[in-house]
Write a protein that binds this ligand. Structure first.
Ligand code: PLP
Length: 387
């Protein structure tokens, strides 16, 4: 009966990250630099709020869109940080992580046959949902553009079928960010088009050069943009599953139906924690950022010295060096590093065909782990012996 399963579901591939993680699991004494998850604990004040919520039996369903107080605090946070203004009553939904936010945003705006423009290489969480909608991903090769989805490239890719552009900056896997003027050029191209923008800003608190700018802060874009954010990366809360959508009421109204019938609401306990994170944790990411910058600089410099080419990333916690000086195929190269150097990194091909020829290294690890990882890679490449 398998052939009767929805063909759009059958066509979904297991993510390259998962495939490689399965391979990593078969090895021992491996230094893993694969995970996109902060290595810091969730801030104590946030944990305390969750414990109180449990003790006070605040454990029932919440409104579908989430606790109003948490939505208010989230709006306040976005207003202070990025100058965005949303009505907590009608323009915000608290979701199960940014993952669900992406899902409901895409399912709300995409009908079969719609085209979605997105940069390549890119986070692998968008394409399967686009395909589930019967829509068509249109990847724009950003390799020659510093991994930036430029306004001119968007203009060229637009057709009468384009319904949506995904702007995932700061970027996973490349760490690239877009500047005010780059976003302004994109806004100029899109402002008079009937095209939605999904702006995945989950790494907005982890910008190292300058500060984060949201495309929704351009008045011409606010009415067509769905901003996605959450607490996974900024507050080290990946397992709490708190994401958010911020969008004008006419979009939020429809996304809420999709959210209601697939999730009802996010965990009430996590929502109480989220309220605390947004209210009392406005600067929680600052100390983490200081550490990430040191780690980024350290790993970048080590990789440069080994002969890797790459751009110094300005956000998130990933480096995406080219492996061309050493190899062509990213899966084979990563498999070699795993076998011979006992270091796990993610093959760039896991981030679309445009990631081939690169590897993703996460620096959400202690300096000690990063140093050991770099030593092992260097020994493998230049000592040319196995460890
Ligand atoms: N968007 C991007 C760009 C990500 O890198 C990730 C996680 O790695 C997500 C969304 C998913 O975030 P969450 O864990 O909040 O679902």
């Amino acid at each position: 009966m398998e052939h009767l399963i929805n063909p759009n579901v059958r066509k979904i591939q297991i993510s390259g990250i998962r495939k490689f993680a399965n391979l990593v699991a078969q090895h021992q004494n491996v230094i893993s630099l694969t995970i996109g998850q902060p290595d810091f604990p969730t801030p104590q004040h946030v944990k305390e709020r969750a414990k109180t919520a449990i003790d006070e039996n605040r454990t029932g369903y919440t409104e579908n869109a989430g606790l109003l107080d948490a939505r208010k605090a989230a709006c306040q946070f976005l207003s202070i940080k990025y100058g965005l203004s949303y009505d907590p009553k009608s323009e915000v939904i608290i979701t199960n992580g940014a993952t669900e936010a992406i899902d409901i945003a895409l399912r709300t705006v995409l009908a079969p046959g719609a085209e979605v423009i997105l940069p390549g290489p890119v986070y692998p969480g968008y394409e399967p949902v686009i395909r589930l909608c019967g829509a068509i991903p249109v990847f724009v090769d950003t390799r020659a553009d510093g991994f930036k989805l430029r306004a001119e490239a968007i203009e060229q890719a637009l057709t009468e079928h384009t319904r949506c552009v995904i702007l995932p900056y700061p970027s996973n896997p490349t760490g690239t960010t877009l500047s005010y003027s780059e976003l302004e050029s994109i806004a100029n191209v899109l402002q008079n088009r009937n095209v939605f923008v999904i702006s995945d800003e989950i790494y907005s608190e982890l910008v190292y050069d300058g500060s984060h700018v949201s495309i929704a802060s351009f008045p011409s874009m606010r009415e067509k943009t769905i901003v996605i954010n959450g607490l996974s990366k900024s507050h080290s809360m990946t397992g709490w599953r708190i994401g958010l959508t911020f969008a004008p009421e006419y979009i939020t109204r429809h996304m809420l139906k999709v959210h209601q019938y697939s999730a009802t609401c996010a965990s009430s306990i996590s929502q109480h924690a989220a309220l605390e994170a947004f209210e009392g944790g406005v600067e929680d990411a600052v100390a983490m950022k200081v550490e990430y910058v040191q780690r980024r600089d350290y790993v970048f410099e080590r990789l440069q010295r080994m002969g890797f080419d790459g751009i110094k990333p300005s956000g998130a916690f990933y480096l995406f060096p080219s492996i061309r000086p050493f190899a062509e195929n990213s899966f084979d190269f990563a498999a070699q590093l795993l076998e011979k150097a006992k270091v796990a990194v993610v093959p760039g091909a896991a981030f679309s065909e445009y990631g081939e020829g690169y590897i993703r290294i996460s620096y959400a690890y202690s300096m000690e782990t990063l140093k050991e990882g770099m030593d092992r890679i260097e020994y493998f490449l230049h000592g040319n012996q196995t460890i």
